[in-house]
Design a protein around this ligand. Structure first.
Ligand code: ZN
Length: 242
């Protein structure tokens, strides 16, 4: 099924469900995610969906045929899905990619939300356990090394079997003791004190960081993943410790 067909199918199914059970079952909010990379983001968000989706009324979907390998390709794929009715997110990393401001501008124009991680998504994983605020110059090695000190992640990106996957054990470690709320708090703190030094990270329209004023390359380190996670309503800090 092409992403466009899938989007239409999804909208149709949701409409039918809403008619059948208008009063009893609330309609779930569908969110499309297009992510760079082979499996980490997809498996993490798939487990978020499995654990919290039904309870919190959302459904994260990863449309077939979206295989962006760099930011501009991720945004291109997301654009094929973009629709006023469906929330679409593009996930990509700083790494050493060129063209990040351009990819962000294209996303903005198409109404696509962006979760940008600098240096990479592993920072977001690490923030479930601890804060990590030292600039990395786009190099992901130190954040990955820190992550490997955490339970379940000892062989992260080293073993053949689990590689960069988010196994059930790894996800349990991430979410133990209010880990998700901790990650949101840590990431938000990085944003609030924007590492670019040029903004407050609180622009309401621009994922916190106004384009032209805040250079994404200088947001080192930071990750915007918390904006999606918090928006899904799964981090009620009043009920979670940590
Ligand atoms: Zn900023």
């Amino acid at each position: 099924m092409s992403p466009r067909d899938e989007r239409r199918g999804g909208a149709r199914v949701r409409g039918a469900q809403a008619r059948r059970s208008a009063a009893s079952i609330p309609e779930r909010r569908v969110v499309f995610v297009v992510a760079e990379g082979e499996r980490t983001e997809r498996e993490y968000l798939g487990r978020i969906d499995g654990k919290y989706g039904r309870r919190h009324g959302f459904h994260l979907r990863f449309p077939e045929g979206t295989h962006g390998r760099k930011p501009s390709e991720v945004v291109d794929d997301a654009e094929k899905l973009a629709d006023d009715d469906v929330e679409t997110w593009a996930f990509f990393d700083r790494d050493q990619h060129p063209g990040i401001p351009q990819a962000m501008a294209a996303a903005r124009k198409a109404g696509i939300r962006v979760a940008f991680s600098h240096p990479a998504f592993e920072l977001w994983l690490l923030l479930h356990f601890q804060q990590f605020a030292a600039p990395q110059g786009g190099d992901n090695a130190r954040a990955t090394r820190e992550l490997r000190r955490k339970p379940g992640f000892e062989d992260y990106d080293r073993s053949q079997r689990d590689g960069k996957g988010i196994t059930a054990d790894r996800f349990d470690a991430l979410t133990a003791d209010g880990g998700i709320a901790r990650a949101v708090r840590n990431a938000r703190r990085l944003d609030d004190d924007c590492p670019s030094g040029c903004c407050s990270g609180r622009d309401p329209k621009e994922e916190g960081h106004p384009p032209g004023r805040c250079d994404p390359i200088r947001r080192d380190p930071s990750t915007g993943v918390w904006r999606l996670i918090e928006g899904l309503g799964i981090t009620d800090t009043r009920s979670q410790k940590g």
